[in-house]
Design a protein around this ligand. Sequence first.
Ligand SMILES: Cc1cc2nc3c(=O)[nH]c(=O)nc-3n(C[C@H](O)[C@H](O)[C@H](O)COP(=O)(O)OP(=O)(O)OC[C@H]3O[C@@H](n4cnc5c(N)ncnc54)[C@H](O)[C@@H]3O)c2cc1C
Length: 371
Amino acid sequence: MRSVLVIGGGIGGMATAIRLRQLGHKVKLIDSDPNWRVYGAGITITGPTLRAFKRMGLLDPVLANGGFVTGYKTFLFDGTLLGQTEEQPVEPDLPVAGGIMRPVLHAIMSGEVRRLNVEVVLGVSAEEITNQTDHVDVTFSDGKKQSFDLVVGADGIYSKTRPMLFPSAVAPKPTGQGSWRIVAPRPQGMVHGQFYVGHQNLVGMTPVSDDAIYMFILNPDPDRKWIEPAEQPALVRTLLADFGGDVATIRDNVTEASSIVYRPLEAALQPAPWSVGRVVLIGDAVHATTPHLASGAGAAVEDALVLAEELERAGEDVPAALTAFTARRYERCRIVVDSSIAIGAHQLARGPMDQLGPMMKAPLTALAAEY
Ligand SMILES: Cc1cc2nc3c(=O)[nH]c(=O)nc-3n(C[C@H](O)[C@H](O)[C@H](O)COP(=O)(O)OP(=O)(O)OC[C@H]3O[C@@H](n4cnc5c(N)ncnc54)[C@H](O)[C@@H]3O)c2cc1C
């Protein structure tokens, strides 16, 4: 049994805490947010992400609380149907893909963290992390000190753990697009995810429950301005003015109560290695991606599974396990980040719309293979 500190209680940190507790390790999880909040948007869960939740034993609550699809419909922005696919699940007992509200997923995962008796400390961060030969010394922001066998930095795209390990780490870079997410009623009988192409704003929607969907808009956003919540519904209506189909219905009914979440997009892939001694970084701290493949959260859950596997395999040699972790994860996560950035750049350049499908299909096929 090892003592493990997980820094950051997002999807990657919670997945790590759950998996390592399942294997009998002693886990402490800290999050700098005293209220451990998560914003109220939907999140797409692809086939590989569903497989990762299944491996963690969390598939049933995800299935019970999410919304799922059998394939995709692609429309011209005005609502003209261009094509429809039925997809194969990555494993026979899984849905093809779907979505769930982030607060619902957070409740499922944080509930499991608590049930497994992970020690959760909120409103605290790690101020100093010192690798020793056989342990790591940590000083917390409340002045307390503690030693661990292993420290996992899962503190997201703006990780404070990252510069402690790698002073010359790559800073997150704006991609020039913004992301809008809006919650709306699920259109009657909807069993396909939807994409709307041929416009400078790419739009899509995924169910997040039996009766709700989230719609996303990816738009050119060079200014990265703060937009007051009260101004957001009118701006959404402007962005969607040319659209038809189900998008038009949602646009015409959008209000401040539509759980609108706006965010300018940034990304950063850190060079390997992702560990120093007994401290490792996972999730967005090392492979922060844009949402174009909807695979960032899935990659973070896979990180947790692979980290646990490599720790089991390496026995006493924790640094060797962490080296093996980067070796197994780097290329797969590079595919997610680089392909997502390339798809966004293609949209910004108004590249041929018939290339979008193949640009998404190739990396998604790679990710469908076992991690
Ligand atoms: C617009 C947008 C849409 C997306 N849509 C999808 C999608 O549909 N599907 C998908 O799979 N992925 C999606 N992603 C990616 C996904 O959200 C991330 O990859 C995933 O949340 C990363 O999880 P994480 O645990 O690494 O980081 P985070 O979720 O960012 O969690 C980090 C945690 O660390 C805490 N923290 C931060 N700093 C400190 C500190 N110093 N000390 C302690 N705690 C700290 C934070 O409070 C937070 O709880 C999207 C991303 C964006 C930007």
